[in-house]
Write a protein that binds this ligand. Structure first.
Ligand code: ADP
Length: 872
C-alpha cells in the first residue's frame, strides 16, 4: 500500500482508493461483454439515483482500471487513482513526468462522460491529441465509449461529429478557434460545439499560464499602406536608444522620450504624434519593438520569405500564428520580406476566459505548484501535489556560475565530452535556436555526435524519435525548451519504438529489394525461417494490394486478428526489451540521465520541467544548471547584489562558483520575475474581463437568435426599445421635433402619422401609439413579403440581426483595442486606467447595442426585395 498518508489533503482519499481497488478485483473477472455493460449500468445508476454518487464514482474508476488492464496490460498505480480523483474534484493534479498522466485522465473522463454532455481532453499539440486519442480508443472500445479527435488537420465537416463523441481529444487552439467560429455561424447547423461542460487540460500550466498572454484571434484583412511600415522603420533607425526612447526589457515595451516625440514629429512632418486620429504612434512603437526586442532565430525565424514565430516556451515554430496589431508587419519590414496585409480582429478570446466557460474544469501537469496562487485566484482550482509512485532519487546539483557566457559554454561542452566518453545519456536544454546551434558547433569541434532538437522546421518531425532515443547510451541531446514536448525519456530506449523501427526498415528494404541492410539482418537474426516467411508473405501481399508503408506497418502493429503476425511482433518486442533492459542497467550504473540547464528561465516552473526529465519512475538521474553573469536573468533581474557578490569573491574568469547564497539570490530573482509576469497576466485578465462580459452578452443574444425559429419577437422588441430610447431624448426637449421625425423615418411610417398630432401627445401615449403603428406597419410588411415568398420574412429577420450584430461587434472590438492602447498612452496618474477603461468600455458597449437595434429596424423596415426576388 502506498505511503502517502503523510500528505494532508490526500488522506481523505485513502478509503476511496481502497474501495476502487476492491471493486476492481471484482470487475476484472468480468467477461468482455459484462465489462462493456458497465457503461449502461453506471449511466442508469446516475440517472435514476440508484446508488449514491460516490459509489458510482468508485465503480466507474474501477471499471476504467479494469479496461486499461485488459486493453494494454497495465495496472494503474494507486497514485494514478488519486490523480484521477483530484481531477474529478476540479483541481490540478501535479504529477511528475513519467507518472502516467495520459492514463490518469481516462478515469474522470469516463465518469464524467456518463452524463452524456461531452468531455474534452485538451492537449498542447496535434501529436499528443492524436497519440492519446488512439490509446484512449483502444481502452474505451472495451467500454463502448466513443472517442473523438480534433486537430488542425480535422476537416470542418467532420468536427461536429467529433465533438459529439463521448470524449474528445482536442488541442487548445482548435478548441478556441472553433468556439469563436461557432459564434460567427450564420446557420444553426454550422455550429460544431456543444455547451462546454467538462475539460481536463493536459500540461495545464503551458496552456493557462504560458499562453495566457496570447489571445486567440480570428481576423480578416484590412488595407493599410505598406508605406506606413517602411517610413516607421526608417524613422526608428534614426532614433537613438536612451536618448529618444527607453527600452523596458522586462515589460517588452518601448516608451518615447520627449526628445523622441519631437524628432518623430519633425521627421514625419506632423504636428502632434499623440493625436488619436494620427496613425503614426502605433507604427513607430512597433518598429522600435522590432528593432530592439524581437530577434531573428530567437523570437522568430525567416523561412520562405516569411516571418514565423518561435514559441518562447517550447522553442517550436508556430506556423500561421502572427503577432497582432501590426507588430508582425513591422518585423516583416525590418527583415525586408514581403509585408502581409494587416488584419482586423473579427473575434477574439483569451485562454483564460475560454476555459472559464466550462462548467467543470481541471488540469494536470508536472509543474504547477510554483503558480498555485494564480490557479486558485483566476481559475478557482487548487494545485495538489501527487506523490510519485516510486521515490524520486534524482540529484539536483547546485548551480555553477561563471563570469562570462563564453566560459560557461566551454564548460558545458567539456561536460558533454566527459559524459560522452563514459556513455551516459545527457540532455542539454537551451533557450534559443542560436544557442543550441552554438553548442552544436562546439560539440562538432570536439567530434561528439549529438541530436539537435530545435524550432527549425526540419527537426519537427523527428521530435518524438529524438526524444525516445535520448535515454540511450552515448546519446547527447540538445533541445530548445523541453516544455510540452510530450514524450518521456526512457532509460535504455523504448522497446516498442525499436521494434516498430526495425519492422519499418524491413518493409522499406522489402519494397526496395535491399536485403543486406543491417536492420534486416537484425530482424532475421531474431526470427526463425518460418517466421520470416510469414512476414515476407504478408508484406508482399500488402505491396501487391498497393498498400503504402504506413498502412503495412500499422497492420503489423495491430495484428491481433492475425495470430502468426502477432507472435512475430511480440517476439521482436521481447527481444528488444531484453536489449533495452540491459542497457538501462548499464546506464543506471553511470547515474541515469543527466540533464544540463544552460540558463535559468524566467520561471522556476520551466526549469523544473527540464529537470523533471531525469529521474522518472524512481530511476537514478542528475540535473545541474550552468549559468553565467551575462545571462538574461542576471542582467535584467539579478540586480547588483549578485554582481557585488561575484566581485567580492574575486574569482577569475574560468572558475565557476558553486554557491548556495548565489543560487538562493537567483531563485529570489526568479520569484520576482514570476510575480512580475503574474501581475501582467492578472492585469490582462482584469482588462479582458470587461470585454469578456460584453462578449458573453453578445454571444448569448446571438445564439438565442440563431436558435430561434420565430425572430419576429426580437424585431418587435428591438423596435419598441428603439422607440423608447429615442422618445427619452425627445422628452428632454420637446420643442425639437426632429427626433420625432427621425423615429418616423427610422420606422418607415412617416406616411401614416401626422407629426403635428403627435407633438401634443403625452409621452406615455405617444409611446403606445408608435408601438402600435410600428406593429401594424410591420404586420403589413410581413403579409406583403409572405405573399411573395412564404417564410422569407423570418429568413430576412435572422439575416439582418446576425449581420448587424457581427458587424457592430467587430467594430466594437477594434474600438476597445484602441481604447486600451490610448488609455495606456494618455498621461498617467489622473485616473486609474482600468476604471477609465471600464467606464468608457461600458459606454461604447451601450452605444453599440443601440446602434444594432436601430440599424436592424431601419434595414428591415426598408427591405422590399422586389428586385432580389424576381432575380432569383
Ligand atoms: P506523463 O504524461 O505523466 O509524463 P505518460 O502518460 O506519458 O506520462 O506515461 C509514461 C509511460 O508510463 C508510458 O509509456 C505509459 O504507458 C507508462 N505507464 C503509465 N502508467 C503505468 C503503470 N501504472 N504501470 C506501468 N507503466 C505505466
Amino acid at each position: 500500500m502506498l505511503n502517502f498518508l503523510s500528505y494532508q489533503p490526500i488522506n481523505q482519499y485513502q478509503s476511496t482508493i481502497r474501495k476502487i481497488n476492491q471493486s476492481y478485483y471484482v470487475i476484472k473477472k468480468y467477461s468482455n461483454e459484462q465489462l462493456k455493460q458497465q457503461t449502461e449500468k453506471l449511466k442508469l445508476d446516475i440517472k435514476d439515483h440508484n446508488t449514491n454518487l460516490d459509489e458510482t464514482l468508485i465503480e466507474a474508476f474501477a471499471t476504467v482500471k479494469a479496461a486499461i488492464f485488459r486493453a494494454i496490460n497495465i495496472t494503474l498505480f494507486d497514485v494514478q487513482l488519486l490523480g484521477g480523483l483530484i481531477l474529478h474534484k476540479n483541481n490540478i493534479a501535479e504529477m511528475k513526468t513519467g507518472e502516467g498522466k495520459t492514463l490518469v485522465a481516462l478515469l474522470p473522463a469516463y465518469f464524467n462522460a456518463l452524463y452524456m454532455k461531452g468531455v474534452h481532453i485538451i492537449t498542447v499539440n496535434n501529436y499528443l491529441a492524436e497519440r492519446d486519442a488512439k490509446l484512449a480508443t483502444t481502452i474505451f472500445n472495451y467500454l463502448g465509449i466513443t472517442v473523438g479527435t480534433i486537430t488542425e488537420k480535422t476537416h470542418y465537416q467532420n468536427r461536429k461529429q467529433e465533438y459529439w463523441k463521448n470524449i474528445t481529444y482536442i488541442t487548445n487552439s482548435e478548441l478556441g478557434f472553433d468556439y469563436l467560429r461557432d459564434n460567427m455561424a450564420i446557420n444553426q447547423s454550422d455550429i460544431m460545439q456543444r455547451n462546454l461542460y467538462y475539460a481536463i487540460v493536459d500540461e495545464v500550466d503551458s496552456i493557462l499560464i504560458d499562453e495566457a498572454r496570447t489571445p486567440l484571434i480570428i481576423s480578416g484583412e484590412t488595407t493599410i499602406s505598406n508605406n506606413l511600415y517602411e517610413k516607421s522603420k526608417e524613422t526608428s533607425y534614426k532614433l537613438i536608444n536612451t536618448i529618444h526612447y527607453q527600452v523596458d526589457e522586462k515589460a517588452r515595451n518601448i516608451t518615447l522620450t520627449e526628445e523622441g516625440v519631437s524628432i518623430c514629429e519633425k521627421i514625419l512632418n506632423i504636428e502632434n504624434l499623440y493625436n488619436l486620429n494620427s496613425p503614426w504612434l502605433k507604427y513607430i512603437i512597433n518598429s522600435l519593438k522590432a528593432k530592439e526586442l524581437f530577434f531573428k532565430n530567437k523570437d522568430y525565424i525567416v523561412k520562405d520569405n516569411k516571418i514565423i514565430i518561435v514559441d518562447e516556451f517550447t522553442g517550436r515554430v508556430m506556423e500561421g500564428r502572427r503577432w497582432s496589431d501590426g507588430l508582425h508587419q513591422s518585423i516583416e519590414a525590418k527583415e525586408n520580406v514581403q509585408i502581409e496585409k494587416e488584419n482586423k480582429t473579427l473575434a477574439s478570446i483569451t485562454y483564460q476566459n475560454l476555459f472559464l466557460l466550462y462548467t467543470k474544469l481541471c488540469g494536470m501537469t508536472g509543474t504547477a505548484k510554483t503558480e498555485e496562487n494564480e490557479f486558485l485566484n483566476i481559475y478557482k482550482m487548487n494545485v495538489i501535489e501527487i506523490p510519485t509512485n516510486e521515490k524520486c532519487i534524482r540529484k539536483d546539483l547546485a548551480d555553477l556560475v561563471y563570469q562570462s557566457e563564453y566560459t560557461k559554454w566551454q564548460a558545458i561542452a567539456s561536460e558533454c565530452l566527459d559524459m560522452h566518453k563514459i556513455g551516459r545519456p545527457t540532455l542539454i536544454g537551451t533557450t534559443s535556436i542560436e544557442k543550441s546551434e552554438l553548442l552544436a558547433n562546439m560539440l562538432d569541434e570536439l567530434s561528439i555526435s549529438y541530436n539537435l532538437l530545435n524550432a527549425k522546421p526540419e527537426n519537427n518531425n523527428k521530435e518524438a524519435k529524438i526524444i525516445s532515443e535520448a535515454g540511450k547510451k552515448y546519446k547527447i541531446t540538445i533541445s530548445t525548451n523541453m516544455a510540452g514536448r510530450g514524450t518521456d525519456i526512457i532509460l535504455g530506449g523504448s522497446e516498442k519504438k525499436m521494434t516498430e523501427e526495425a519492422i519499418q526498415h524491413y518493409i522499406i528494404n522489402s519494397i526496395n529489394n535491399n536485403v543486406k541492410n543491417k536492420k534486416n539482418t537484425e530482424v532475421k537474426q531474431i526470427l526463425n525461417i518460418t517466421e520470416i516467411q510469414v512476414l515476407d508473405q504478408f508484406i508482399n501481399q500488402s505491396i501487391k494490394n498497393h498498400q503504402n508503408l504506413s498502412e503495412i506497418t500499422k497492420n503489423i502493429y495491430d495484428a491481433e486478428y492475425n495470430d502468426n503476425l502477432y507472435q512475430i511482433y511480440q517476439k521482436l518486442k521481447n527481444t528488444y526489451k531484453k536489449i533495452c533492459d540491459q542497457e538501462k542497467k548499464d546506464i543506471i550504473k553511470l547515474g541515469g540521465l543527466y540533464v544540463i540547464g544552460t540558463e535559468r528561465h524566467e520561471s522556476r516552473r520551466i526549469d523544473n520541467q527540464l529537470r523533471g526529465r531525469a529521474g522518472r519512475q524512481g530511476d537514478k538521474g542528475t540535473s545541474r544548471f550552468f549559468l553565467s553573469l551575462q545571462d538574461n536573468l542576471f542582467r535584467i533581474f539579478g540586480g547588483n547584489n549578485i554582481k557585488k557578490l561575484m566581485t567580492n569573491l574575486q574569482i577569475d574568469d574560468n572558475t565557476a562558483i558553486e554557491s548556495v547564497i548565489l543560487s538562493k539570490s537567483l531563485s529570489n530573482a526568479q520569484k520576482k520575475v514570476e510575480a512580475y509576469f503574474y501581475d501582467i497576466r492578472k492585469q490582462l485578465f482584469e482588462y479582458d474581463e470587461v470585454i469578456n462580459n460584453q462578449r458573453k452578452a453578445i454571444y448569448k443574444e446571438r445564439k438565442s437568435i440563431l436558435n430561434s425559429s420565430f425572430t419576429k419577437d426580437c424585431i418587435l422588441e428591438y423596435g419598441e426599445y428603439t422607440i423608447k430610447e429615442m422618445l427619452k431624448s425627445y422628452d428632454k426637449n420637446r420643442k425639437n421635433t426632429l427626433i420625432l421625425e427621425q423615429i418616423l423615418q427610422l420606422l418607415n411610417i412617416g406616411q401614416y402619422v401626422n407629426i403635428a398630432f403627435l407633438k401634443d401627445t403625452k409621452i406615455k401615449d405617444l409611446e403606445q401609439i408608435l408601438y402600435q403603428q410600428f406593429r401594424i406597419s410591420y404586420d403589413l410588411k410581413e403579409t406583403y413579403l409572405e405573399q411573395l415568398r412564404p417564410g422569407l420574412i423570418r429568413q430576412l429577420e435572422k439575416y439582418y440581426l446576425l449581420q448587424q450584430i457581427d458587424k457592430a461587434w467587430q467594430e466594437h472590438i477594434e474600438k476597445m483595442n484602441l481604447l486600451k492602447e490610448y488609455i495606456g498612452w494618455r498621461s498617467y496618474g489622473q485616473q486609474e486606467p482600468l476604471i477609465e477603461y471600464k467606464n468608457e468600455g461600458f459606454h461604447l458597449f451601450i452605444n453599440m447595442t443601440t446602434y444594432i437595434r436601430q440599424t436592424v429596424i431601419y434595414l428591415i423596415m426598408r427591405s422590399r426585395l422586389i428586385i432580389d426576388i424576381t432575380n432569383q
